[in-house]
Design a protein. Structure first.
Length: 318
């Protein structure tokens, strides 16, 4: 028994040591090559940015509107356009076979979808767009947003970390706030009409919720950091596509797992955050961790749907 224990400890130490060395080597290699590749193409991006800047003769409001509104909007609707085709037609089957809540939105209700699209467009053009006006003046006050020099790759990574942290904190607490019974009934219930969400539902919300939970958490980071308009455009686009993935209803290969937020729509009182850090600290993920969805909550690195490899437990006959 002692020999087996020693052998097991040696094997464990060998595996952990090898894994640690490989992880360290990968991180060091990536941390060198990625900035190198970025710097190597830096002249191209810098030249492209200057051409764009001079094309609009330095008109800051036009540049800000294109970067903070048009680019993210295109990213959102192009991504969701593909998903909506799958939702309505059931094709391509490559996408629909990765549906999380099997048998739901198969196909999606056309009337509900039209209402979701209408509300999403209203929120974008009637709420998010006007909110960019005060943001523009805050960014102009910082004085770096429209700089002719682009931020470095390393600085953008720092900004991205700060943006993500601020969004996690603001979204978690505003989201829990609108789950209070009175606010839920009059505000947040609209968003939860979709117990099996689809991508466009990510911004299907009451106007007050859209301001508090959808827009301010994303806008706050760049305003705190005084970010360049290119950083803002990338961050807004990333935030919209990421929240669309969280709501899309499909656990697609090589994309972030949407199981966490999909479970929130299914159970209502679990998984309030984005990253899950605050849910862990506040204990609002305990039921989720006991579910099959938690086992599936990882990046899918194969083409086999997780609903097949990790199916739900069969229901007991009454």
């Amino acid at each position: 028994q002692e020999e087996k224990l020693r052998d097991a400890m040696k094997i464990t130490a060998c595996v952990l040591g090898t894994g640690l060395l490989l992880f360290t080597a990968t991180v060091n290699t990536a941390s060198w090559y990625v900035p190198y590749a970025w710097d190597a193409s830096g002249h191209f991006w810098q030249a492209t940015w200057l051409k764009f800047y001079y094309l609009f003769e330095g008109k800051e409001w036009t540049i800000f509107l294109l970067g903070s509104a048009l680019v993210p909007c295109l990213a959102f609707w192009c991504f969701n356009g593909i998903l909506m085709v799958a939702d309505v037609t059931g094709k391509p089957t490559f996408i629909t076979r990765y549906r999380i809540q099997l048998g739901k939105n198969d196909p999606v209700d056309a009337k509900k979808l039209r209402q979701a699209i209408y509300t999403a467009l209203c929120n974008q053009f009637c709420i998010s767009l006007p909110m960019l006006v005060p943001m523009f003046y805050v960014m102009k006050w910082w004085g770096n947003t429209f700089s002719k020099e682009l931020p470095t790759f390393r600085w953008f990574l720092v900004e991205l970390s700060v943006f993500t942290l601020i969004e996690e904190i603001l979204f978690y607490y505003t989201h829990r706030l609108v789950h209070l019974p009175l606010l839920y009934k009059h505000i947040h219930k609209k968003h939860h009409e979709w117990t099996a969400p689809i991508g466009v539902v990510s911004i299907y919300a009451h106007p007050i919720e859209h301001i508090l939970s959808n827009t301010l958490p994303v806008m706050a980071g760049p305003m705190v950091m005084g970010s360049h308009i290119v950083s803002i455009a990338l961050w807004f686009s990333l935030a919209l596509v990421t929240t669309s993935i969280s709501h899309c209803g499909y656990h697609l290969p090589f994309l972030p797992s949407p199981e966490f937020h999909d479970f929130h729509h299914l159970k209502f009182n679990q998984c309030y955050g984005v990253l899950g850090v605050l849910d862990y600290l506040h204990g609002t993920d305990t039921v989720f961790k006991q579910s099959k969805a938690y086992e599936r909550h990882r990046v899918l690195l194969s083409l086999t749907p997780l609903s097949e490899s990790i199916p739900e437990a069969p229901k007991r006959a009454e």
